[in-house]
Design a protein around this ligand. Structure first.
Ligand code: XMP
Length: 517
């Protein structure tokens, strides 16, 4: 049987509820609130658990959304919730919905208002005190204040850009205080959270660690936990939390599929042994993976084979591992939110472990399921893990298999590893790696003519890729200095046997992807 048993809801924390009306910035609101040490939870406007979540929350934010409140079918909110006396902040669609629910008027404006607008605060507004630019993105507009509300701010084109009913602690803004383009947006959220809603700001990485360790201990009792680790930040932090909670009853498994970067397996093992007090099992399955990949060039086929071989490794070691009754996974909050309701998230978790052998379908522990990626990093630091483990660039599960175009051979792995090592070493020593999301060298399935020592060469080409990104959904090429690229190119063709040409990939995502395959 496979059942999700994550760490229970962090209900002991004061919670800010974010009612999601389908806004593109809803997760950003949640992160901006958490940055101020306030725990936030996103619940869809039509979720059956909304009323319960509302009554547990200290305050609520109503998010933006793509619909028009003038459409009778549009997402709404039970107005009785507004009578519970909880502080509420409406943002964009939430501003218009509040106006509609409490007796104001909303109109389709003659023209929409998009982008930066200068805001003028009104005397005495509780949340908005500073003039400055704000980020707008709306078509409908609030044209008449609801009874009991006063105007908080205007722009040249938006007469009711913000409003408030201070005695009922209901506030709303047409613009987006959560985006970085809104000057003073952080202060507006902060005044709402602390001055109006009275949050204590108890959502700190240290508190999270202490509470999660306690919850894991209760959940696991005297049982044993299996945690597959890759060296990536999510599995590392999950393992560190578990190790703090149950120490020797945690078994971490690290599989070398032969597709890691230069010295990577040794470095992962060394840093785990130094910083994570748990039992680490290392399986070197390089030969098995490389023989399964022999002759395969299709990227999706490579991924499928690698997934299947991972399962075979675990099957082969079932006897050593099967006294574990829990399986730890590094699921993050965006995965939980994106799968919608708590029920849907279970389906997704099921799906994730669907290919595992029966003995591995254990109870799941997901200690990071309440966290965003940046919070995982903060928790990693609170656990005392070193920057080298926490600030590591993401590395794809199939490793160099998706960075060697065409068939994978030992010789191509050698060339890729060496070229990649040179590029990333030069970035590191010059400090130019700071701010880069991912950087690597890919080996192209292309040979070209060159000349070395008066001899003609016909060898491989390497593409360097370094991208700036916030979440891997979109990315653009890092603007690296010509001198650096020239030095890296010279070093690669001189030091890596079999490579005679080096290119830099300037393509953004979209239309390209971050990986070449
Ligand atoms: P793309 O290439 O789609 O990559 O722009 C987006 C992010 O996902 C990583 N990536 C993968 N990670 N298994 C993984 O675990 C994969 O098959 C895979 N493919 C891409 C990539 O490194 C980037 O961070």
């Amino acid at each position: 049987m496979c059942e999700t048993v994550g760490v229970p809801e962090a209900s002991q924390h004061e919670t800010l509820l974010i009612v999601d009306f389908g806004g593109q910035y809803t997760q950003l609101i949640a992160r901006k609130v958490r940055e101020q040490n306030v725990f936030s939870r996103i619940v869809a406007w039509n979720s059956p658990s909304l009323a319960a979540a509302w009554s547990r929350a200290r305050a609520a934010i109503l998010s933006g959304g793509p619909k028009s409140v003038l459409d009778p079918q549009s997402p709404s909110l039970d107005p009785a919730l507004l009578d519970q006396g909880k502080p509420v902040l409406g943002i964009c669609y939430g501003h218009q919905l509040l106006a509609k629910l409490v007796g104001g008027k909303v109109l389709k404006a003659a023209a929409g208002e998009y982008g930066r607008q200068k805001i003028k605060p009104c005397e005495g507004s509780a949340l908005i005190r500073d003039p400055g630019f704000v980020w707008m993105s709306h078509f409908d507009t609030v044209s008449e204040l609801p009874p009991g509300f006063s105007l908080s701010a205007q722009t040249d084109t938006c007469p009711i850009a913000a409003m408030e009913n201070a005695s009922k602690k209901i506030f709303s803004v047409q613009f987006h205080p959560e985006v970085s383009h809104t000057e003073h947006g952080f202060e507006i959220l902060s005044r709402f959270l602390f001055d109006e809603a009275g949050f204590a700001g108890d959502w700190t990485p240290r508190n999270f660690v202490d509470e999660t360790v306690e919850l894991i201990r209760k959940r696991v009792g005297g049982g044993k936990v299996l945690c597959a680790v890759s060296g990536g930040v999510d599995s590392t932090v999950a393992a560190a939390l578990l190790a703090n909670a149950i120490g020797p009853r945690l078994t971490c498994v690290f599989v070398d599929h032969g597709l890691l970067r230069k010295n990577e397996a040794e470095e992962v093992i060394e840093s785990f042994r130094a910083h994570i007090p748990a039992h680490l099992v290392f399986y070197n399955a390089s030969k098995q993976f490389l023989s399964a990949l022999k002759g395969v060039s299709d990227p999706e086929e490579k991924r499928r084979i690698i997934g299947a071989e991972f399962i075979r490794v675990f099957e082969a070691h079932a006897d050593e591992l099967k006294d574990c009754s829990f399986l730890a996974q590094g699921t993050l909050y965006p995965d939980v939110v994106e799968s919608g309701s708590p029920t849907a998230s279970k389906i997704k978790t099921h799906h994730n472990v669907g290919g595992l052998p029966d003995w591995m379908k254990m109870e799941l522990i997901e200690p990071l399921r309440d966290l965003f990626k940046d919070e995982v990093r903060r928790v990693g630091y609170a656990l005392g893990l070193p920057a080298a483990m926490i600030d590591r660039e993401p590395f794809p599960g199939p490793g160099l298999a998706v960075r060697i175009l065409g068939e994978i051979t030992e010789d191509k792995l050698r060339m890729t590893r060496e070229a990649d090592h040179i590029f990333r070493e030069e970035l590191r020593v010059t400090g130019l790696n700071v701010g880069i999301w991912q950087s690597y060298a890919a080996l192209l399935d292309v040979k070209s003519v060159g000349v070395m020592g008066d001899e003609r060469t016909y060898q491989h080409a390497v593409a360097l890729r370094a991208v700036i990104s916030a979440d891997a959904m979109t990315a653009h090429a890092a603007n690296l200095p010509h001198e650096l690229l020239e030095r890296v190119a010279t070093r690669i063709v001189n030091e890596v046997r079999g490579v005679n040409r080096v290119l830099y990939d300037y393509t953004s995502k979209p239309p390209a992807t971050i990986e070449w395959e």
